[in-house]
Design a protein around this ligand. Structure first.
Ligand code: V1P
Ligand code: CA
Ligand code: ZN
Length: 390
């Protein structure tokens, strides 16, 4: 019954490996790879798979991951076993590489990491080869991983690997991050270059919210000889931001950045923990508002690499990413807002079965971002962009 037609004049590619979905971080851990199964089920129930080129993601090779990560870290990641976290002879590395509660060592960890990373590398290469105009990997977007350190549920920084591929073909790449957390790993990786402009919107509280970085004035090391100075745009927000404020802020800031920087390609991290009702997040966004950011980004008609990220209420993560897939296919108008009955996991979407439940009403949070504060953010970013050349 449902079949979405291919978009006119451009190709969308979907990069995924179902083996990613079966991994478990542990009982009470909020990161649930099965949210990807739920997303795929929704996408297929609406018939969107007919409109894209579907690629089975390959595992990234050790060498590909070594484009960013240190050898000893990758060696450890490849060899470590679930029981090792308690072994005294491994303790030094477990601590040094930051494994623990946030980044547990689970069965198949290396396969999990290399598969989600492979999806993003493949996606970036399709864009570079002009075999795709928009490439999607919802299993990627793990923005906290550092070159020798796991952090915040992220082990391999697939985004950095994807950007490095894009930099082989494009003089300037812009990275945008709408996950509720600061995109610190990506920012830090490109701290010293003017060839990547990173832009992150996030909840900021230095002491009280992970990872505690991403203040407005943390714009890159301001040494006069550092070309990367001013190339980190940070948009620190407080609890409860609503749809209207967020969309307006996003369009103003992203619009100004694209106009000034003139990137050749864009990487968009769509962390869905910025939605209302997220288990870890504290914003008030609805699925349509999150999607409006994706839609605005698409209007620039630049090669676009779209990745996932956080998102800890799986039913809403899958709603958002299915809706955003439809936006990227120019088919959002064609989706029925009632979720099709054919979805295998339909029990997750009751009682309303709506693709757009009122998330901002289901758990109301006061908007602690007054208009003058948001205006001061826009003003500061305009000021910062005066230092930047495209
Ligand atoms: O707050 C912390 C650390 C652990 N404390 C010592 C401080 N960690 C957070 C990590 C959030 C990671 C978000 C990843 C992403 O940006 C990208 C995939 O979305 C954390 C939280 C929290 N409420 O912020 N870890 C956990 N909760 C956690 C809860 C249960 C079990 C394991 C981890
Ligand atoms: Ca962010
Ligand atoms: Zn997050």
């Amino acid at each position: 019954k449902y079949r979405i037609a291919r978009p006119q004049g451009y190709r969308v590619s979907w990069h995924a490996n179902p083996a990613v979905e079966g991994h478990h971080f542990g009982q009470s851990h909020p990161m649930k790879p099965w949210r990807l199964t739920l997303t795929k089920q929704l996408v297929m129930a609406y018939g969107m798979h007919h409109a894209m080129d579907l690629y089975l993601a390959r595992a990234a090779t050790h060498e590909e991951m070594a484009d960013f990560h240190e050898q000893d870290y990758l060696d450890f990641l490849r060899q470590v076993m679930p029981g090792d976290i308690d072994k005294s002879e491994k303790n030094d590395e477990v601590v040094r590489f930051n494994f623990g509660d946030d980044c547990p060592i689970f069965d198949g960890l290396y396969d999990y990491c290399s598969l989600y990373a492979g999806g993003t590398v493949d996606a970036a290469r399709k864009l570079c080869n002009n075999q795709s105009e928009i490439a999607i990997n919802w299993s990627g977007g793990l923005h906290h991983a550092k070159k020798s350190e796991a952090s915040g549920f992220c082990y391999v920084n697939d985004i950095v690997l994807g950007v490095l591929q894009l930099l082989r073909h494009h003089p300037r790449v812009m990275y945008i991050d709408i996950d509720v957390h600061h995109g610190d790993g990506v920012e830090q990786a490109f701290w010293s270059t003017d060839r990547v402009l990173t832009v992150s919107f996030h909840k900021y509280d230095r002491e009280g919210f992970f990872p505690g970085t991403g203040a407005l004035h943390e714009t890159g090391p301001s040494h006069p000889l550092n070309p990367g100075a001013h190339h980190a745009v940070n948009v620190p927000l407080h609890d409860g931001i609503d749809d209207q404020s967020y969309i307006a802020l996003y369009e103003e800031i992203v619009g100004a950045c694209v106009e000034t920087y003139r990137p050749g390609a864009i990487v968009l991290q769509c962390g869905a923990d910025s939605l209302g009702c997220d288990r870890l997040g504290c914003f008030n966004l609805n699925v349509r508002a999150h999607g409006a950011c994706v839609a605005f980004t698409k209007t620039f008609n630049l090669p676009l690499l779209v990745v996932g990220g956080g998102g800890y209420t799986p039913r809403n993560v899958s709603r958002a990413w299915a809706h955003e897939t439809s936006i990227l296919l120019d088919a959002d108008k064609d989706l029925d807002s009632t979720i099709p009955e054919t979805v295998a996991f339909r029990n997750h979407f009751g009682p309303d079965f709506s693709l757009f439940p009122p998330l901002s009403e289901l758990r109301h949070l006061d908007n602690k971002n007054p208009r003058p504060y948001l205006e001061s953010l826009v003003e500061a970013v305009h000021e910062q962009l005066r230092y930047i050349q495209g």
